[in-house]
Unconditional design. Structure first.
Ligand code: PMP
Length: 356
């Protein structure tokens, strides 16, 4: 029986996507060949890549607005490094907002390239909130932020209004909510939460921002080379790109980002309401910064952990243990998570209260 999968990533994808992806492994487009055995230069696969690149821009409202979409490899972690390599001027500076472990990872890589200014951090409170008051220096090449902090369950609701190019790691909330994506010069997101399986990273780049650093960049790390080769500089991760395309098609059929945002709000509101109502639980993230994607909470009395863990396992729930740096629980309720699964979790929380 299919489990209610609250895993933080790799994570749930629509059941329909799993089915179509499985079918393509056996026989892609009735070609008598598997998606895994055809050339990435074949007409059939080039069509997949072209559609995936176009659909990513369309879903974000960036079609025809001077952006390029790439499907690269190396995870969001490689973009931590590729971003400063391509955007930080030789001898220049960049500014970062430190809102969680992944932001810290991005900062660490940027430091290899030049002066990296951390404009604000919430580290002293174990990243339970998103700092709001900070200034971005006027002489930095770009400002980097993380829209959703997967581990801590916080999410940026506002982005700074600035002339400095904005770069955002959207790994755990891409395609989940309606915002003005054209405020960003560069967006990146590992596929394995809201988009597809692990193995590819979506990178969206605004025209005109590259080739200004004075650095010589090795080809595989150079965004312009990937753009000029239409995301086929080398063999792309064909299965991850294809499965991401299927998920984006699913989202488009559902009504796109506008429609999923409403569903995501409904799911998150239901769960936060129960956390706030049920005297046995408390939320981890500051209320105003709560994520619609990763809901972090703890038991007020750790003595109930054993019985609660037994109850949710019996309810066929999987993947709600919190990250080791936070403890407690984390319910990741990405786009593909059905509302019914959220209700199952809420009912277990209510049952625990009735039992005790
Ligand atoms: N950024 C965020 C916000 C993440 O949640 C993660 C990991 N899940 C990463 C970056 C690192 O991604 P990857 O493992 O694809 O390198």
């Amino acid at each position: 029986m299919k489990k209610h999968n609250f895993s933080a990533g790799p994570s749930i994808l629509p059941q329909e996507v799993f089915k179509k992806a499985s079918q393509a492994v056996l026989d892609f487009n009735n070609s008598g060949l598997s998606i895994l055995e055809i050339s990435h230069r074949s007409k059939d696969f080039v069509a997949v890549m072209d559609e995936a690149r176009a659909l990513a821009l369309e879903l974000l409202g960036l079609e025809g607005k001077g952006y390029q979409a790439l499907f690269l490899q190396g995870g969001a972690s490689l973009e931590f490094l590729r971003v400063p390599y391509n955007l930080m001027k030789e001898g220049g500076k960049a500014a970062y907002l430190e809102t969680g472990t992944w932001a810290t990872g991005a900062i660490k890589q940027a430091k290899q390239f030049g002066e990296t200014i951390v404009v604000a951090t919430s580290k002293e409170e174990n990243f339970s909130y998103v700092p709001k008051k900070y200034e971005i220096p006027s002489d930095v090449s770009y400002f980097h932020c993380t829209s959703n902090n997967t581990i801590f369950g916080t999410q940026m609701k506002e982005f700074p209004k600035t002339d400095i190019p904005l770069v955002c790691d959207m790994s755990s909330d891409i395609f989940s909510r309606k915002i003005d994506y054209s405020q960003f010069s560069l967006i990146y997101a590992g596929a394995q939460k809201n988009m597809g399986p692990a193995g590819t990273t979506l990178v969206i780049i605004k025209d005109g921002i590259l080739n200004k650093t004075g650095r010589s960049i090795p080809s595989i790390l150079d965004y312009s080379q990937h753009i000029s080769k239409e995301s086929m500089l080398n063999t792309p991760p064909v299965f991850a790109v294809y499965t991401s395309l299927l998920t984006m098609q699913w989202l488009k059929n559902l009504g796109g980002v506008d429609a999923i945002e409403k569903i995501n709000e409904t799911k998150a509101n239901l769960l936060y309401k129960e956390i706030d109502r049920n005297p046995l639980f408390k939320g981890v993230a500051k209320t105003e910064d709560r994520s619609l994607m990763n809901v972090t909470f703890t038991l007020n009395n750790p003595e109930y952990q054993e019985i609660f863990d037994k109850m949710w396992k019996e309810a066929n729930i999987s993947g709600i243990n919190g990250h080791r740096s936070v403890g407690g629980y984390r319910a990741s309720i990405y786009n593909a998570m059905p509302i019914e699964s959220v209700e199952v979790l809420i009912n277990v929380m209510k049952d625990l209260e009735n039992k005790i």
